[in-house]
Write a protein of this length. Sequence first.
Length: 283
Amino acid sequence: MEVLTTIAAIRNFVMAARRQGKSIGLVPTMGYLHEGHLALARKAREQNDVVIMSIFVNPTQFGPGEDLECYPRDLERDQKLAAGAGVDAIFAPGAEEMYPPGYATYVQVEGLTEVLCGASRPGHFRGVATVVSKLFNIVQPDRAYFGLKDYQQAVVIKRLARDLNFPVDIITIPTVREADGLALSSRNKYLSPDERRWALALYRALNTGAALIRSGERRAAVVRDAMAQEILSRPRTRIDYVAVNDAETLEPLDEIRGRVLLALAAWVGETRLIDNMIVEVKD
Ligand code: PAF
């Protein structure tokens, strides 16, 4: 497996693969890989001749006071895990390679980015959309792979690819969870053993919401309140948002119908975690 740190080097790697008529799958990550990333890599391995993983802690998607500096990084460990999942090349550029002095161009997806995480992390999706657009231009993959734990991100990237005519299929895969339900996240590393236990409230809250809907509840406010109560029943938890929204438009619902996104973001201690679940309502 190759580890390439410059845009010129990854372009050469891609060109060589293209000359041999090979298809290319891209798995964009910020590193500190876990099973969720590896599931994306394995799916890419199944569907493409060549698999490229990008590992880049993208500064433009972090707001002031967020965890850019302390975001976990371990390229050596990531290399071993990526190789085991069948990755052919890692693209691991430095910040100056992606954003050289004088950098001034950003991609903004409107509407979809103004709710949920977009409302509480202003500028976050502008950074995501910008770096993903750059990665699509640099690698020019046939397919790109994203996890549904970041459901809003996946919706935003699908829209971005459609609106900007990137010739790439966006493939999403379900959230990978620990045996007890905690969604895998590189940020779980920040949790103390107690916080790790309290963090289970997020998955419980989603299940509480889903169970209420399945039992016939159609008032979104009632479902939101029940989910919030579940989270707040644990010590040192704070809610950022609890949402019952349309799964396509991401708009908040009053009355529950169709494909519904249950989504939440909460702090457990000092760590902000997100999770979500889709519920289909047939009536
Ligand atoms: O989901 C992530 O890890 C990041 O937001 C992404 C898509 C790699 C862009 O930096």
